[in-house]
Design a protein around this ligand. Structure first.
Ligand code: ASP
Ligand code: MG
Length: 410
């Protein structure tokens, strides 16, 4: 008998009717001849609500108590789902994260899973139960409840699938898979049949909110395939798997899988910095000290012993960055800071990028044709990103999506 781990996100268990729909999908999976372990998130936006409640009490909550609070959301989902399944006549048991044997390190609010002890789940499964596990929570070595970071129920599903040696791991939500770009922006965006772990991580890092990144990293490490799909339709979703498996399955040449965009960007340039060792170290370690996350960085070649450095931060950090840079730059004669808040990052993502030298050239050519000015460029093995004016963002995504052949065939 195959073992399946099914995970349902908050919007799939947001009310009683949805909870009953989930119960019937779980039972159908069992009736098809599987052992079933179900992981659930807190209903709807309950985790946000719990955070707001804590916020009204204190701005500096104890991390341990925060985890006690946040873990309650998933406890509501497991008990209600168990009642729904029982009412439909199936044997069922619900378990908290720690009853399920999920053991984590001692970091509160973003604990890392250290071990899964599957004995209890296995014994309930062997007694023909559907086992429901609270996502997002674990037990640490002090016997305290911890949580695994926002979106952590995905990680619960993945570590359980690995720990139980499940045949498949299915992650259900209100979207039916991973798209070539955001279908809310580009009408003819296509659902992808497959996407590699690395592409998924790059797309998540560039704004596509499908799975928690850490869960993808763990799945990659253990070679676990994830099937993301919709709770509300029977359609197949997107399989997240290894590059080799995708290459074996696909006959045609692989080039680009998706176009991502991110408006949450601000670009800073420091002009006329002294061209001496230690300048970049000074700037970026000062920013790191105040926890400002820097994304792209470029430095110009020096002219007359002066150079410029440009970098991007997320837009909500603009003020903080400006204050910090003003302090740093006041130490250098002639240097000045300029900020451009109206920029967007556009990325072309695909495992074909590394094997096909033409992708970057093609991207720049498309921008040229549409008179889109590129302000910064950065590349990784499977991604090319450009910073452009915010006003050019939609046009840029539309053109790249079309020209790289990602649109639905008419
Ligand atoms: N309920 C948690 C959150 O909203 C965990 C999850 O949904 O995966 O972040
Ligand atoms: Mg959630």
């Amino acid at each position: 008998m195959a073992l399946v781990v099914m995970k349902f996100g908050g919007s799939s268990v947001a009310d009683a009717d949805k909870m009953k729909l989930v119960a019937s999908r779980v039972i159908a999976k069992k009736n098809a001849g599987n052992k079933v372990v179900v992981v659930v998130s807190a209903p709807g936006d309950m985790t946000d609500k719990l955070l707001e409640m804590a916020d009204k009490i204190t701005l500096s909550p104890l991390a341990r108590e925060m985890d006690v609070l946040l873990a309650t959301g998933e406890m509501i989902s497991i008990s209600l789902l168990a009642m729904a399944i029982d009412a439909m006549g199936e044997k069922v048991v619900s378990l908290s994260g720690y009853q399920a044997g999920i053991l984590a390190d001692i970091n509160y609010t973003k604990a890392r899973v250290k071990k899964v002890n599957p004995n209890k789940i296995n014994s309930f499964l062997s007694e023909n139960n559907i086992v429901i596990v609270a996502g997002f929570q674990a037990l640490n070595s002090k016997c305290d409840i911890t949580t695994l970071g926002r979106g952590g129920s995905d990680l619960t599903a993945v570590v359980l699938a690995v720990g139980l040696k499940a045949g498949s791991c299915e992650i259900y939500s209100d979207v039916d898979g991973v798209y070539t770009t955001d279908p809310r922006l580009i009408k003819d965006a296509k659902k992808l049949e497959y996407i590699s772990y690395d592409e998924m991580l790059e797309m998540a890092g560039s704004g596509a909110q499908v799975l928690q990144s850490r869960s993808v990293e763990v799945a990659k490490k253990f070679g676990l395939e994830i099937h993301t799909r919709s709770t509300f339709s029977k359609n197949c979703g997107t399989i997240i798997t290894s590059e080799e498996r995708i290459r074996r399955k696909k006959m045609e040449e692989l080039l680009v899988s998706g176009i991502t965009f991110d408006k949450n960007q601000a670009k800073f340039t420091i002009i006329d910095l002294p061209d001496t060792p230690g300048i970049a170290a000074k700037i970026f370690s000062s920013l790191a000290k105040v926890a400002i996350n820097v994304d792209m960085i470029i430095q110009s070649a020096a002219v007359n012993k002066k150079s410029n450095i440009s970098f991007t931060v997320s837009r909500e950090e603009t003020k903080k960055t400006q204050i910090e840079l003003d302090k740093i730059v006041s130490e250098f004669k002639d240097s000045q800071v300029a900020c451009d808040e109206h920029v967007a990052k556009i990325s072309v993502v695909g495992i074909g990028v590394k094997s096909n030298v033409g992708v970057a050239g093609k991207m720049f050519e498309i921008f040229h044709k549409k008179e889109i000015n590129i302000k910064m460029i950065s590349t990784s093995e499977i991604k090319i990103s450009c910073i452009v004016d915010e006003m050019d963002m939609v046009k840029a995504v539309e053109e790249l999506h079309k020209e790289f052949g990602l649109s639905k065939k008419k």
